[in-house]
Design a protein around this ligand. Sequence first.
Ligand code: ZN
Length: 164
Amino acid sequence: MREAAGGISEWARRVRELRDEQGYDILTHKDRADLKPGQYMLLTARRRAILDRTISKEIRARVLERNGFTCQACGAAAGDPDPFHPDRTIRLTIGHIVDFSKGGKSEFGNLRAECTNCNEGLQNTSLPKPSRIELFKQIRRATLDDQRVVLEWLERKFGGRSKS
Ligand SMILES: [Zn+2]
C-alpha cells in the first residue's frame, strides 16, 4: 500500500486527507497504543460531519441564512424536535451539494444547510421535494391552527413582500 501511495509521506498525507477533509474516523499510533507507526484503523465506514475546519464561519453563516436555517434535504428547521434523538432538537451543519468525493468544492455555491441526521445519512435524503399540488393538499387538510402557523412562518420569511 505504501508503494502504491508513492512513499510513506504521500500515504500519511492521504490518510490525513481522508480523516480531516472527508470525515473518516481513522486512528493512528498517536490515538491507540496497540497501533504501530504506519498502521491505521478505520473505526466506522460512516463519515463524520466534516467541514468545521475547512469552511470559514462567515461562509457557514451565509449558507445557513440563504437556506433559512432549514435542512435542504428533509426540510427540518433548527430547533424542531429531532426524530432520531428524542432528547434534543434538530441541529444544522453544512453539506456539499455535489459531494466532496465527486469533486464538489467547499465553496458558497456548492454548500447547503443540512441537519446532522441527513448529513450523517440517517435518513433517505433522495426523496423528491413535494410538488406544489401535494404541498397544497397537505396544507388544505391541516387544522386551522396549523394553517395559521404556516401563514405566520411565511409572513416571517417574506416579511410584508406578499402584500404588494
Ligand atoms: Zn435533514
